[in-house]
Design a protein around this ligand. Sequence first.
Ligand code: ZN
Length: 137
Amino acid sequence: MSATRPLPQQTELAAGYWEAARRHELAVQRCTACGVLRHYPQERCPECLSAAVEWATLSGRGRIYTYVVAHAAFHPFFQDRLPYVVATIDLEEGVRVVSDLDEPADAIQIGVPVEVFFEELEGEITLPRFRLTKAKR
Ligand code: ZN
């Protein structure tokens, strides 16, 4: 019997992120006082401390800044997926996100381009994940 994927916690602070994901869009907070993008969701802007915020839709494209290859499963769901890659990704718009990668570990290098895709989970949760950018056909 296989375990189910652990689900992300839904918080009011991150509601805009999850609502965008359900539309298959990647969104982060943008300070409406100074324009700075930020991720993960925070109550106040780290630059100007304003609480004024909106959700900005991003391209979903970026490059791998760094990554780790997990050889031990920290949850039973990941046991059959070993080894798997967790990466920090520099998005084109200048913010970083952390995601597991839907790719074999030996295909990953720092600096390679990646793109978001969306996985439908139970409970009407849509999870943004990343994979290597495919060449245009
Ligand atoms: Zn600001």
